[in-house]
Design a protein around this ligand. Sequence first.
Ligand SMILES: [Zn+2]
Length: 236
Amino acid sequence: MWSFFGCTFCAMLYVTVMGLKAIKRCILLGSILLLSSCGGREKPDVPRSGQAASSETVRQCMAALKTKSVRFSGLPNKSFDNGCRTIDTIKLMDFGTPATNLGAMTCPLANNFTDWARYAVGPAAKMYLKGEVVRIETMGTFNCRNVNGGRSGKLSEHAFANAIDISAFILRDGRRVSILDGWRGSAEEQAFLRRLHQSACKRFGTVLGPDYNSAHANHFHFDMAQSMTNGTSFCR
Ligand SMILES: [Zn+2]
C-alpha cells in the first residue's frame, strides 16, 4: 500500500510539475520511499507499538527472579484512561507459595514480594504459629484508581501495578489468619502479623496496615513508591 502510494505519488509529481527542483525532490523522495517501502523489505527488529524496550534495571530484576527459580511471564505494556498504566510488568506463576488474585506487577515489587513470602512469611509461621503457610490471599495488585479510592487526587501505586494488598494466610492445618481478625486476635496471630509487617518495612518503600487507618483494617498495603536507597520506608 505504501509502496504503491509512494511510487505513484512521485510519478504524478513528475508529470505535473516537471521542474528541475521537483524532479530532484522526487528522486530524493523516491529513493527514501524505495529504501523504506518500495523494496518491500522489513524494518529492523524494533519494539512493537506500546512496548518500550525494557530498561537495564528491569532486565536485571527479571534475571534475579530467574536465579531464584521464580516462574513468571512478561506482560504487554498497556496504558489506560486517567494515566493508569502497566509498563514492564510481569505475572508471577510460581514462587513457592500459591497466592490468590495476583495480576500485573512491576518486577521490583514482585521481587520483594517473593522474597518477603519466602524469608519472612515462612519462618514467621513456623516460629509463631507452629505451622506452614500454604496460600497467601491478596486483594490484588493492579487497580486503576486514586489513593484511597477517592474521586480526585493522586493516582494510587496500584494504578501502575506497583502495589499489592495482602489480606490473609492459609495454613496447612486449615487455619486462616486474616489481617482483619488476626491483628487484634490471639497473641500468636498478633506476633505473626506484626513480624510480617516489620519485615515488609525493610523491603518495600511504603507499608500500611491496620494501625494506619480504617481503610487498611483488613489488609497490608505494600508498594515501591518510596525509594529505599536511604534505607527508610514509609511504615505505618
Ligand atoms: Zn493497596
